[in-house]
Write a protein that binds this ligand. Structure first.
Ligand code: ADP
Length: 252
């Protein structure tokens, strides 16, 4: 986890939380120059959310910080980036991964209409949700078929694999090797709080890419759908993510 938080109580809690979950905090930098980034989340009765992000210290993660983590990035199985830090820093991390032959998984969240085109070419796997796909392509993405069309547009910008997540509808995938969009359906569950479902999905996919690289992509996505469906059945974001020990053995 390469990131920056404030030297404040949220930042301290964040570091403690990572430690409790056995995640290295070697590159979780703490700064006095900004408060820890926060997200105010409003969830309605259907479990849908509105999120207001205040980036705070996230925007202070800089090239020197990234250089400090160069060794761990170059030896990773998978590097996952998104846009809650400055886009230039995410781009640099993807470039560092790519130049070392490390698989890259990019999640363009929160969405940016004028995304640097290098994000597409530096992403082995480009994974976004419906609204991000709409902002990036200008197309309406209200169905799996429409998501397939948007995925095709994104693929033409240079990604190897494009995945568009579709909430309760699962996801759509397209790859250079299988250029017809495929809809991967998911479990019917009662959603309590969908906040963080996309991150749960991306985290699960990163796990499969890293530890089960020979699993067919479609199978990775079925399992990632399953894990994200577990996460929407409990309140909160990280607090709703299942631990490996609580998931069915068939997933591993
Ligand atoms: P985001 O959280 O970024 O808006 P989505 O809403 O597309 O992303 O959700 C990501 C993934 O989480 C989906 O592809 C699906 O696997 C799972 N998911 C989300 N909402 C539900 C739901 N209501 N029922 C089952 N699975 C869901």
């Amino acid at each position: 986890m390469v990131c920056k938080v404030g030297k404040d109580s949220f930042g301290n809690d964040y570091v403690d939380n990572l430690k409790q979950n056995d995640i290295s905090t070697e590159f979780t930098y703490q700064t006095k120059d900004a408060a820890t980034g926060t997200a105010s989340i409003i969830v309605n009765n259907e479990g849908q959310n509105i999120i207001v992000i205040v980036a705070g210290a996230n925007l202070l993660l800089n090239i020197e910080d990234l250089q400090g983590a160069a060794d761990v990035i170059s030896r990773a199985k998978v590097v996952v980036c998104q846009l809650e830090v400055t886009p230039a820093i995410s781009l640099q991390a993807l470039a560092m991964a790519r130049s070392n032959g490390v698989k890259t998984l990019f999640n363009p969240a929160p969405a940016l209409a004028d995304l640097d085109p290098q994000f597409f070419t530096l992403s082995d796997v480009f994974c976004c949700n419906e609204s991000e796909a709409e902002i990036l392509t200008g197309l309406t993405v209200g169905s799996p078929a429409a998501a397939g069309r948007a995925a095709l547009v994104l693929m033409q910008r240079g990604c190897q694999v494009v995945i568009i997540t579709l909430g309760a509808e699962g996801c759509v995938v397209l790859s250079q090797t299988e250029p017809a969009p495929k809809h991967i359906v998911t479990e019917k569950v009662k959603a309590v709080d969908t906040t963080g479902a996309g991150d749960s999905f991306v985290g699960a996919l990163a796990f499969y890419l890293a530890y089960y690289p020979s699993l067919p992509l479609e199978e990775m996505l079925k399992r990632s759908n399953f894990i994200a469906a577990v996460s929407v059945q409990a309140a909160g974001t990280q607090s709703s993510y299942p631990h490996k020990k609580d998931l069915p053995l068939q997933l591993f």
